[in-house]
Each structure stands twice: as C-alpha cells, then as structure tokens.
Design a protein around this ligand. Structure first.
Ligand SMILES: Cc1cc2nc3c(=O)[nH]c(=O)nc-3n(C[C@H](O)[C@H](O)[C@H](O)COP(=O)(O)OP(=O)(O)OC[C@H]3O[C@@H](n4cnc5c(N)ncnc54)[C@H](O)[C@@H]3O)c2cc1C
Length: 392
C-alpha cells in the first residue's frame, strides 16, 4: 500500500557517499573545534559565513548540473551531507531553503535566465532565499492565498501580506505564491510563483515576529504594489500550485524530518554511561531501532527521486514523504521526552552542560516541527485518503 514501488534491498550506501561522509565529518569537527559556530538544536541557525564555507566545498546544490554551479553528484551523497550537518547541529538555515526547494524548483521550472542568475550564487552560498507561501488565514489551506499580482507593462505589481517567513530579514529574495488571475471555482488554478527581492526593495516591508524565547527567525512581509519584471516569474503563469506541490516529496522526506533532535539522543546516551537501568536500556533500544527504520524509509525516497535511479517521475512518493514527516517529527519529540524522563535535570537555555542546554532547546522548539512543512492533521489526511482509496 505504501512504498510498494520501492526496493529496500539496494540501500547500501555507495563508496562515493561513504567518502563524502568522512569529508563532511572532518570539516564539521574542525569547525566545532575552532568554535566557528555553537551547535544549537530545534531550529537551525542562519550563518552566512558558514554557508559560504559549505558552498566552497561543493556541498550546496551538489546534485545540480555543473553548468549551474552544481557538482552532478547523487542524491545519496546529498543525503549523507544533510545527515552529518544535522548530527553536528550545524547552522544551515541560510542555504537549506535554496538547496532543498528554490534550487530544485528553478531547475525544473525556471527559465534559462533565472537559472543562470540565481543557481550558481545559491551553490556558492552567496545568494539566499526565503519562502513566501503562508499568509494570515492561509497556512494549511494554501490555495486560499490572497496576495495578488496584477499584470502591468513589462511585469507584475504585487500587493499582499506573507507571514511566518523564516529568515526574510536576512535572505536576498523569496518565492512568492500569489494569485495572478481572479479566484475561479477551482482555487488551485490561477496561482503563480514570482521572485521578489527582499533587501531594501521598493514596496517591501519586513517585520519581525519573535519566538517566545525572544529569538528572531520569523517575519511578516508586506508587499505594497511591488513591481516584478516578467522574467522573474517562475515557470508558467497560473501553474504555481502544480509547481509547489510537485516539490513536496523533497521537502518532507529528508533527514531534516527525523534528525533535528538526534544530538540530544547522543548526549543522553553519553550521560547514561554505564548506568544499570532496564528502563533506560529499553528506551534507548527502541529509539535506536525506530531511527534505523525511519532512515531506511527516507533513504528509499531519496534513492527513488535520484535521476540516475530510472524511477524519477515514474512514481508519486508524496504520501510516503508525508509518512516520513509525520513519523519522523513525532520521533524527534520522543527523544526529547526520553531525555526529560531519564536525564533528571532542570534544563535551561544558558546551561553550561551540553545535555541540559540541548534538552531546553528541544523542549522550547518542540511544537515547530509538526507544524512547518505541513501540519500533522494535513499529513494524516493525505495518508488516510490513500488508505481509503486502496480499500475501495
Ligand atoms: C518553524 C516554522 C517555520 C515556518 N517557515 C515558513 C516559511 O518560511 N514560509 C512560509 O510560507 N511559511 C512558513 N511556516 C508556516 C507554516 O507553513 C504554517 O504554519 C503551516 O502551514 C500551518 O498553517 P497555519 O499556521 O496557518 O495553521 P492553520 O492552517 O490555521 O492550522 C491550525 C490547526 O488546524 C489544523 N487544520 C487546518 N486545516 C485542517 C483540516 N482541513 N483538517 C484538519 N485539521 C486542520 C492544523 O493541522 C492545525 O493544527 C513556518 C512554520 C513554522 C512552525
């Protein structure tokens, strides 16, 4: 019913992926040893200098064609790089949206002009993107977006408001999902994706929305009659819905959906040490076994999406990706819960002890992973529809 077209037997990582794992691990160990970043959990940090160093290694856009700044490497190599970044809690917020979403969308739907303009810069870590989808009243029900683009001579004028836009105060530009023709009976028609520059651009106002911890990741972005030239339209006018939904399998199935609290599990095991505690052994055993299962599901999707697999485009893995995200984000919380029960500490964000600090960060960020990228209820609706369809 799920994963029916997937071959789990061929999931041994190829030598190239094992080699890149060693390289990334050595790079990250050196970064941590040099104090070039402080690992934080629960929400990846934005660090443009780190991103540029990762770009210089060829680890952003690494599956893309060389002519656009990529390395033409496999999806499994990319998978391994992402795993290592998460295991070391590296600050990847500056490049992950471009690497995972904007870049692949541009490659698939963008004009030659847009590919040349943005992809090499994203791969170097010089250009960063945010994602402008959600609006007040339009989150899960994204097709109800009200931001509007009206056709004018040579381009479009955009008016509306986006919300929860991560790192819009730092990014160079964002993809804006907006309505380019009046609302029809089919709400999925008439939506388009336009690129809007964010840095001091006329008509664009970015305002912070702070987390309860005081941190600034989110923003609301106001667009007041913003002019966007015709060549900043991504793909076809009116086909925005098809374009964004086709990329969801990439967004929902990667290691980012089950490994964001992994360093806490490592610290928990370190803390428990040789403790002779049957309950602790059972919990750690369960968490490790679950991790292995989730990883194989996620790897299987990465393998099937790889252009060299021969399967790309032949199977729709949207529901499998929803399963990975749903199971993965709950798994992340179970690690936090196990650390809370077994750790016997009062965690604080400014603790000197890594375990205590990680636990506090994971607890405070626990709600975010089951909301961003599709809420639990929406994912389960998708999964249930497929199940019910199969039972008919
Ligand atoms: C950390 C984080 C980062 C984010 N970054 C970005 C970003 O960069 N760009 C961006 O555009 N957005 C971003 N978002 C926004 C995110 O995509 C939305 O929060 C999400 O889609 C949910 O939308 P909403 O907040 O409007 O909640 P709503 O859609 O209003 O949902 C509220 C509750 O109702 C439930 N619900 C809604 N509809 C149904 C239904 N039909 N059936 C059953 N239950 C339903 C939901 O599951 C949820 O529990 C981010 C969110 C988070 C938490």
């Amino acid at each position: 019913m799920f994963f029916e077209n997937i071959d789990f037997s061929s999931l041994e990582l190829p030598p190239a992926a094992l080699k890149v794992r060693k390289e990334v691990r050595a790079f990250l160990k050196a970064e941590v040893a040099a104090n070039s970043y402080t690992p934080h959990l629960g929400h990846t940090e934005y660090d443009l200098n780190f991103t540029k160093r990762v770009g210089a290694r060829g680890w952003i856009g690494m599956t893309w064609p060389k002519q656009y700044g990529g390395q033409e490497r496999s999806y499994l190599e990319r998978f391994v790089v992402t795993e290592e970044m998460l295991a070391y809690a590296a600050p990847c917020a500056a490049h992950w949206p471009g690497d995972r979403q904007t870049g692949p969308s541009l490659l698939r739907y963008g004009s030659e002009f847009l590919k040349q303009k943005f992809l090499p810069g994203i791969a170097r870590g010089d250009i960063t993107f945010a994602l402008g989808m959600s609006e007040p009243g339009s989150g899960s029900d994204l097709a109800s977006v009200r931001t509007r683009a009206d056709k004018v001579d040579g381009g479009w004028r955009i008016t509306g408001q986006k919300v929860w836009t991560s790192w819009a105060h730092e990014a160079d530009a964002f993809f804006v999902l907006c309505r380019t023709s009046p609302l029809d009976q089919d709400r999925h028609q008439g939506l388009s994706q336009l690129i809007v520059e964010l840095k001091n651009f006329p008509g664009v106002t970015v305002r912070p929305i702070r987390f309860m911890s005081g941190e600034h990741h989110f923003n609301e972005v106001f667009l007041d009659n913003v002019f966007v030239p015709d060549n900043y339209v991504v793909g076809e006018v009116g086909q925005g819905w098809k374009q964004i939904t086709s990329e969801l399998a990439f967004e929902r199935s990667g290691p980012e959906r089950f490994l964001t609290t992994f360093p806490l599990l490592v610290e928990l095991i370190r803390r428990l040490g040789e403790r002779d505690d049957a309950r602790a052994h059972e919990m750690i055993g369960r968490l490790t076994a679950r991790l292995w299962t989730l990883r194989r599901m996620s790897l299987a999707i990465a393998l099937a999406l790889d252009p060299t697999s021969g399967k790309q485009g032949t199977v729709d893995l949207g529901t499998e990706a929803a399963l990975v995200k749903d199971m993965g984000t709950f798994y992340e919380r179970e690690i936090t819960e196990a650390a809370r029960l077994l750790g016997e500490v009062e965690p604080t964000l400014d603790a000197g002890d890594t375990f205590e600090r990680y636990l506090a960060e994971c607890m405070i960020n626990a709600p975010v992973s089951t909301i961003r990228g599709g809420t639990t209820q929406m994912l389960r609706t998708l999964i249930a529809r497929r199940l019910l369809g199969a039972l008919k």
